[in-house]
Design a protein around this ligand. Structure first.
Ligand SMILES: [Fe+2]
Length: 458
């Protein structure tokens, strides 16, 4: 897999720090985020596109401050600017109020922030380059921390795209999207998934691949037979729900979800715009007539209400795994299509496009059971509350990464979006969000249990 392929093994079998590989991947990740900030017009740098998030300028400082607070501390480097290290240390994700109240003038000038960033990058690069070979005996700690820095940055490359998606179009510098090949049309249908086992998580071992704390420990879950949609729910499908009054039918919504719909005045997906009775989709750089065959992006609450409306439900994390990676036999695949590394024919991921593709695109990415688009083209909501796997242990250097979100108010998402880096396509990777946050590149597909389908840990 992407993050681990370049990782080498030391003679002791531990994951070793190897400067050229790690530095190159860190440089590539930086290029991704630099490119992203490059689409923001200079006059928009202090805008706050999403009211629950910081202003854009914060994230420029944050990506470097995070690396510095992690790796600078690891190497024992002296602080250049302790106040900025703290100012840019943490993002925000308020649940139920507590919106930020800062004004643009509270933040330092861009030129100062960029000078801070340059200085940190240079100092870290010097230290990392000087560490070639020297850290091989540290039990893999340096390698692990560099993986954390790379993946943290790449996660932000995606979540910043969600944020900049909401920035007014005239505040961005338009980019060309990759052309779409028209996929063969396919009728919506459900696939029969026979009972079997889903292997969730990653086995903890000193020489194993990198994973975040919530990916451990590996365990097997027995999954009874069920049916699952062959493709993600499309904008066209969801338009039927909207037109059919789905947002006004109290019975389709859980209490908290109904309260959110009412209090927020939500009556359609956040990416949709209604103008003169016509629905448009807000893409990254444009507004276009609603593409009916693209996946709908909605919050978990909206996805769950739609599923109830069609007499189905969202998949559990284990069901999603089984449909994506399982086979008719005992074997499970590394990726839905098999064990080959991801490439641009397998799905809309790894920054291939800014926007979605039709739900039936990328036939070469289908799972053994024929489920299309499981990886890429939008994350997929599950009904599973984000919680630790058996054997969970927080990282000492980042104890709140997952544990802060084990609050029963976040749901697991699986899959990937067009802006998800290839390293996160590993089977064990878990994403999560609160159910009322509508700006994620996340859609869904539905399942239908055969009878009583409660999964049990083997
Ligand atoms: Fe962060």
């Amino acid at each position: 897999m992407g993050t681990t392929a370049a990782t080498t093994r030391s003679v002791s079998g531990q994951r070793a720090w190897r400067s050229p590989d790690h530095l190159q991947r860190l440089a590539q990740a930086r290029a991704r985020t630099d490119e992203l900030f490059g689409i923001v017009r200079p006059e928009a740098m202090y805008d706050r596109p999403i009211r629950e998030r910081h202003r854009i300028i914060f994230y420029i400082g944050h990506l470097e401050a995070f690396d510095w607070n992690l790796l600078g501390r690891h190497f024992g480097l002296p602080a250049f600017d302790a106040a900025y290290d703290e100012l840019f240390a943490f993002g925000i994700d308020p649940v139920g109020g507590g919106l930020p109240a800062d004004v643009a003038e509270d933040w330092p000038a861009r030129v100062q922030v960029e000078a801070y960033c340059r200085r940190l990058r240079d100092a870290l690069d010097d230290r990392l380059a000087a560490s070639l070979g020297a850290a091989a005996g540290d039990g893999g700690e340096t390698a692990r921390l560099v993986e954390v820095a790379i993946e943290h940055r790449l996660m932000h490359a995606e979540t910043l795209a969600y944020m900049l998606h909401q920035l007014a179009i005239d505040r961005k510098i338009p980019q060309q999207d990759a052309p779409l090949r028209a996929p063969a049309p396919a009728a919506p249908r459900m696939l029969q998934i026979p009972a079997g086992v889903a292997t969730l998580g990653l086995r903890r071992s000193e020489d194993g691949p990198f994973g975040w704390d919530n990916e451990f420990e590996e365990h097997r879950v027995a999954v009874p037979e069920f049916q699952i949609d062959a493709y993600k729910v499309s904008n066209g499908d969801f338009l039927d729900f909207v037109s059919g009054g789905g947002y006004e039918q109290r019975a389709l919504w859980k209490d908290a979800d109904w309260n959110w719909v009412q209090s927020s005045g939500t009556s359609r997906p956040a990416f949709w715009i209604e103008r003169d009775g016509q629905i448009f989709l807000r893409t990254m750089f444009d507004e276009i007539p609603l593409p009916m065959d693209w996946p709908v992006y909605v919050s978990q609450a909206e996805a769950a209400a739609y599923a109830r409306w069609v007499g189905k439900e969202l998949p559990s994390e284990a069901e999603w795994h089984r449909a994506a990676y399982g086979t008719a036999g005992e074997a499970e695949r590394a990726f839905p299509w098999g064990d080959q590394a991801p490439d641009a024919n397998r799905g809309n991921f790894d920054f291939l496009r800014w926007d979605p593709a039709p739900v039936t695109a990328f036939a070469a990415g289908a799972s053994a059971f024929g489920a299309g688009g499981m990886l890429g083209n939008g994350w997929e909501w599950t009904r599973t509350i984000f919680a630790p796997f058996p054997g969970f242990e927080p990282f000492a250097f980042y104890p709140g990464y997952s544990a802060n979100f084990f609050d029963g108010q976040h749901f697991v998402m699986k899959g990937a979006s067009a802006r998800t880096a290839a390293c996160f396509l590993r089977r064990s990777f878990r994403n999560w969000f609160q159910p009322h946050y509508p700006f994620v590149y996340a859609g869904f597909r539905c399942v239908q249990p055969e009878a009583d389908s409660d999964c049990s840990v083997k």
